[in-house]
Design a protein around this ligand. Structure first.
Ligand SMILES: [Zn+2]
Length: 147
């Protein structure tokens, strides 16, 4: 006799705290307190990662040198979100993109605001808009707006 699978839907809510690491702590404190966007530079490859990471993805060197990458950058790609989800920090439609900050070699996923979604384009120059009350996370940048 074939048994039909019986599925029970459920939902877990798990509050948690974690240590972001020594480098990311410094970077997030600089973002919160001074509106400085920091990356980390590889001394071997000379690549600058933003978001910061502790190991170079290319040569596996240990990364320790924080450098300011600035608050301006370029849209590498983007998508327009029309579907509403409870985890989204804003109402759709909104634009989610990959931003390469001017002083970085990697891209930061973030929101693009103060522009109609159909006017966003690859290669668009953008600038960070900071929240007034910052808490020490990447959403202290509210979004990036066209320069
Ligand atoms: Zn490297």
């Amino acid at each position: 006799m074939r048994q039909e699978p019986f599925v029970v839907p459920g939902k877990l809510v798990v509050p948690y705290r974690y240590f972001v690491g020594r480098l990311a702590s410094k970077a997030l404190i600089a973002l919160r307190d001074d509106k400085k966007v920091m990356g980390v530079r590889c001394p071997t490859c000379n690549l600058t990662y933003m978001p910061p990471r502790s190991t170079c993805g290319r040569c596996f060197s240990k990364l320790e040198e924080l450098v300011e990458v600035g608050d301006k950058g370029t849209v590498l790609t983007y998508t327009v979100v029309y579907h509403k989800e409870p985890v989204h920090p804003m109402e759709p439609p909104f634009v989610y993109g990959l931003i390469k900050l001017d002083g970085a070699d990697t891209a930061l996923p973030h929101f693009i605001g103060e522009v109609e979604p159909e006017k966003v384009s690859i290669g668009m120059k953008v600038q960070a808009v900071f929240k007034d009350k910052r808490e020490g996370n990447i959403l202290d940048i509210k979004y990036f707006k066209p320069q």
